[in-house]
Design a protein around this ligand. Structure first.
Ligand SMILES: [Zn+2]
Length: 275
């Protein structure tokens, strides 16, 4: 037997082993979720609110988007009693860019659509607890001065910012982004940010998708426009899976509805809080 012939079985064994290891590692890559360190929704619970008011019962269609004032107060009391403290998305991004996890018991409170009542929510509910919220405003609804439209004015946006609250983008027109032509999609993202940045004292790097609707094309456009976070809802119709692939551009929130009591709130916080 030649040396070459003797080597062949070993070569075949190593080749087969290498092939097996290669296939195994490919399978592992395909089935193992990406690390979760950069997924803000994995480490910080994010709550979604729209309205605080007593009118949910008389407007059943809106009931998922209204919380009773006394229930909202109880939820904030619960957070304070359990040593939760609010952070904003700007702070979350700062932690991420420093490769740090936010402190334990961090929570983000978000309020969508830029209703004029946001100023009262900040004053009556958040300020007494020293809490900060993030308000997603769509710029097409915002006039320079208060005009009774039901939406915040730029004057009120500045009041929110000066009171320590954070305002971020919810597009220009609140259209469902996955239905828009590319040029309109780009306009919704870039124009809302540029308009908002002219009024607030910080970079606008966070976009909440209207209705939570987003798909791969919307996510790519959000990234291309320079945003750092794309915020979904917990009831979006258009979903992109697997979500690990998208991380910062598929950040989920959970919303509290009109009939949810403090027990539901506590259970959902336990589900989403840092483990
Ligand atoms: Zn909205």
């Amino acid at each position: 037997m030649t040396r070459k012939a003797q080597a062949q079985p070993w070569f075949a064994f190593y080749a087969a082993a290498a092939l097996f290891a290669g296939v195994l590692s490919l399978l592992l890559v395909a089935t193992t979720p990406a690390p979760r360190a950069n997924h803000p929704d994995m480490s910080v619970p994010i709550l979604m609110y729209h309205h605080v008011g007593d009118w949910g019962a008389s407007n059943p269609a809106w009931a998922p988007y209204v919380v009773k004032p006394q229930e909202f107060a109880r939820q904030l009391d619960w957070l304070a009693a359990h040593q939760f403290h609010t952070i904003t998305f700007q702070e979350l991004l700062a932690y991420q860019s420093s490769n740090m996890r936010p402190p334990a018991h961090s929570v983000i409170l978000t309020f969508d659509d830029g209703w004029a009542e946001d100023v009262d929510i900040a004053k009556k509910f958040l300020a007494p607890h020293g809490m900060r919220g993030v308000f997603f405003v769509y710029t097409g609804a915002v006039a320079e001065q208060d005009n009774g439209s039901g939406y915040v004015s730029w004057n009120q946006v500045r009041q929110l910012e000066e009171a320590g609250q954070e305002v971020q983008s919810h597009t220009v027109s609140h259209a469902s982004l996955d239905t828009l032509a590319p040029s309109r999609l780009e306009f919704e993202m870039i124009n809302s940010r540029d308009t908002m940045q002219a009024h607030v004292g910080h970079a606008v790097q966070v976009l909440a998708y209207p209705f939570g609707h987003h798909d791969a094309r919307v996510i790519q456009a959000t990234r291309d426009a320079g945003y750092k976070l794309g915020i979904a809802a917990d009831d979006e119709i258009v979903a992109v899976e697997p979500r690990e692939q998208w991380g910062n551009f598929q950040v989920r929130r959970f919303k509290m509805s009109y009939d949810d009591g403090i027990d539901v709130f506590a259970a959902r916080m336990a589900e989403h809080a840092q483990k």
